[in-house]
Design a binder for this molecule. Structure first.
Ligand code: FAD
Length: 380
């Protein structure tokens, strides 16, 4: 009689979004055998959209989270350069900088104070970054002068990428060393038996990382009895056309205008705490688009290429959550990227794999990202 032997891995990662893929890349680099379990297809969740802004915090009231994000944004350019060189794929990454119109005298005074603080707080990176106040945009009409009556902030740290570009490159980078299972719904992990139970079978793993976006919160609820996060819907538009190359992204009052080098422009994003369905709607996107066109009239006449919606994973404490689950010894969580997932996932991934392998720590994870900060009390 032949007995089927179950596949066995050092690490099973649940979720084929930006968190799961970067975790898989860090795992294979650390020499772990690895399987990535995705219930749909890679990029089916909130990472598979059209806007990938990599935005820094304002340089003020510095704390561990801001320092972590600064280091992550600073280091991402070299991580992406390596990824692109290895795979031959372009991610659309560009450190384009960001322009933010100043609309009141108070905000001008505030921006001037931040300009001074950035000189100290945004120091120590691979490149010198600035947060400066200018009288007007250096790019004629981008944004329109009327939008910036008190001047404009230019920061040189902000960047952007194409979400589907980075997912494709990450997938290609891990494909030969990590099994990718699409259409595989994770159900539970029996730590004692090392069994990972899927809807259509099972496999064995030493450890499991739950990186299943907003659905991580449901899985964790089932394991710990605590609800530490929820979803927030977001919608965005991709416009097709041709703008001059090299424009920075523009941010004003919740609206991002993100010019890509391939001529498309992403406009994002709405934020809805309550929604009735998960699709994108023209009615919700029309005001966003109108505001973007008012801000940057060069968008007039561009065609809508795609409308897109996703559910962002948002931890109740707002910060991401990373590390060993309370009451478990082999189950980890990496979730809660909310609006900054693309800028920090690579650094969180390395920190998590160092924790899992017991390697020397090279990255300090803020205490506010740790499970202890997210759960009401630790299960004994
Ligand atoms: C409109 C919009 C705009 C955004 N703009 C930006 C931006 O400009 N910059 C930025 O940094 N971030 C942005 N984000 C947020 C960013 O998308 C998230 O932080 C990030 O995508 C979270 O990635 P994730 O890997 O945790 O989750 P996801 O990308 O949601 O991936 C989770 C995956 O897990 C899978 N899954 C779920 N349950 C299971 C299961 N039981 N078994 C197997 N697989 C499962 C899902 O199918 C999914 O593919 C935006 C989000 C939205 C919606």
């Amino acid at each position: 009689m032949i007995t089927a032997t179950k596949e066995r891995y050092d690490l099973a990662i649940v979720g084929g979004g930006v968190f799961g893929l970067w975790a898989a890349r860090a795992a294979v680099k650390a020499g772990l055998s690895c399987v990535l379990i995705e219930k749909g297809r890679i990029g089916a969740g909130s990472s598979g959209g059209v806007v990938g802004v990599l935005m820094p915090h304002v340089p003020e009231r510095w704390n561990g989270k801001k320092a972590f994000q600064f280091a992550a944004l600073d280091g991402l350019s070299s991580d992406i350069a390596r990824l692109e060189a290895e795979t031959g794929l372009e991610t659309g990454y560009r450190r384009s900088g960001r322009l933010i119109p100043i609309v009141t005298e108070d905000r001008l005074a505030h921006a001037r104070a931040r300009e001074a603080e950035a000189k100290t707080l945004w120091k120590g990176g691979a490149a010198p970054y600035a947060f400066k106040v200018l009288e007007a945009s250096p790019f004629a009409g981008w944004p329109i002068a009327d939008a910036a009556p008190f001047g404009i902030i230019q920061d040189t740290l902000a960047a952007h990428l194409r979400p589907r570009g980075i997912l494709k490159a990450l997938r290609a980078a891990i494909a030969s060393r990590c099994r990718i299972m699409e259409g595989a719904l994770f159900q539970r992990f029996d730590e004692a038996a090392g069994e990972v139970v899927l809807a259509n079978g099972s496999l064995l793993a030493e450890r499991v990382v739950i990186a299943s976006g907003v659905e991580a919160f449901e899985l964790i609820q089932g394991m710990t009895g605590q609800t530490i996060g929820r979803g927030e819907k977001g919608q965005a538009v991709l416009l097709k056309g041709k703008l001059p190359a090299g424009l920075p992204l523009v941010y004003d009052d919740g609206v991002y205008v993100v010019p890509h080098d391939d001529g498309t422009v992403a406009v994002g994003s709405t934020s809805e705490r309550v929604w009735t369905d998960i699709d994108a709607h023209e009615a919700d996107l029309a005001p966003l688009l109108a505001k973007a066109k008012q801000l940057c009239p060069a968008l007039e006449g561009m065609e809508v290429g795609e409308m897109w919606a996703g559910i962002r994973p948002r931890a109740n404490k707002r910060d991401p959550v990373l590390g060993l689950l309370p009451g478990r010894t082999k189950t980890y969580i990496a979730a809660g990227g909310f609006k900054i997932g693309f800028g920090i996932a690579h650094r969180l991934a390395v920190a998590l794999i160092e924790e899992i392998t017991g390697a020397d720590r090279t990255i300090d994870v803020p205490e506010t990202f740790r499970p202890a900060a997210h759960f009401a009390s630790l299960v004994a």
